[in-house]
Ligand binder design. Sequence first.
Ligand code: CA
Length: 230
Amino acid sequence: MREVILIVEDEKDIVKMLEYNLKKEGFKTLSVRDGEAAIESARGEHPDIIILDLMLPGIDGLEVCKTLKGDSKTASIPIIMLTAKSQESDKVVGLELGADDYVTKPFSPRELIARIKAVLRRGKDKDKLLEVLKVGDLTVDLAKITVTVKSKPIELTAKEFELLKALIKSRGRVLSRDHLLDTIWGFDHAAEIQTRTVDVHIRTLRKKLKDESSRIVTVKNYGYRFEDEE
Ligand code: CA
């Protein structure tokens, strides 16, 4: 069955380019030009994924994202935001509202298609319990709590391992520093433990991961993402 992609964008040229490239990849596309139509279409058609431009006439993209992620009927539909460079802060708000990923304009169709495939794949194995992750030269066994790089065991502290585990479990998605701090250090962590603590642990973790350190990607002013693409 072909996956249905809902394109929400008011710029005709971008819509045309997306429709052409996505169809070529075997996807079915639906296109709408404004926020109201996007919400209606998402509810009625239940697409497999939504490509959502943030700059729209009428209801803007962030409002659309908030509405869809706040409604149990549409909350599970993944959203990839299209943002402009000048919309850095909107991107962060969008991720906090539950958007799954973003692509900054101008983007290449190849880049967007890779993101779409990654998000769709993640949705498919979301329910599968991940115990051993093998990517590149890195192997992480979440059950045995072991990490190896090029088959050599890596010694991690408990916090470093928990951090790596949290990132792997949400691989491909960006996790905020606050989220990581709350998840790993707990909501009632001591006052002196700040979001900076997360950065410090990420730094030591990266050092230990050696050649695979670039899998932990920094998302400026927000947090971190584990990259599991080869
Ligand atoms: Ca637009």
